[in-house]
Design a protein around this ligand. Sequence first.
Ligand code: ZN
Length: 308
Amino acid sequence: MMHQTVSCPLCKSQANWWCKQTDWEYFTTEEYFNYFKCTHCELLFIGLPPVNQLSTIYPPSYYSFVAPDKSIVFKIKEYLDVRLFRKIIKNIPGDSLNILDIGGGGGWLLNNIKHTDKRIASTAIVDIDPQCADIAAQNGHTYYLSRIETFNTDRKFDLIVLLNLIEHVDNPQQIIQKIGTFLSPKGCVIIKTPNCESWDARLFKKYYWGGLHCPRHWNIFSKKSLHLLTGNSQLEISKLLYTQGAPFWTYSLLVLLKGNRLKKDKRPLINHPLFPFISACFAVFDFIRGAFVPTSQMFILLKHKRDH
Ligand SMILES: [Zn+2]
């Protein structure tokens, strides 16, 4: 057990050692990584992010590179997401809307939402996969082949989407500042990211918590740390909603139950035969408990600060 302390990258307060973990989901490395939790803002972060190992830790089998599956759980999730997006888009003023999906792959989300509102004039994607460029073009989206860290544009967007992206980057504050400059004055940013202040995070801390997505999630926020994240940008949080985190329960439980046996066949854990069943059960469980307690995924809406 380590009892090391480091300084929090977000608020510079003391952060205590939280756990030590390795890649239980894609088995891309044997290395163990230390995680720390800030005593002030609650940020949970990886000690040394493997910034030079991106091509190793994101293998070709990585789920966001492959086409989404059409299981019943996926279809329900898709239906709920589209319903949420339709509501958000309806509330953005203007006659013509431009949408940008950062990390949007071939455009599976944009395909679903671009016909939900007649005012949607253009849809664009920023992502790093060259194969997705062709798919996106076939689907009628503009594709910028770039990491968000190096991406720049003079265009303004009325809706900017970052689904499960901000937890993967080295300097999330910088990304939020940058996005603020791409957003039209009345526009809105929607972010989906894990919540480190959830039951399952506490419950599986000693074993493996799926929210770590080790070693690919570098900063896992809580409601408190999200307010600090937007602090220096032009943006502020206008709404925070919790949503189901069934995959995290599933990863956590499979590692707890199967342990070292999983390491032998090195099959991505998302392809485990029990995955669809366990995640369907926990999607229902989280849907019910979500009415009473914060679950392990958050949706955050950001808008320009009112004094700007
Ligand atoms: Zn902190």
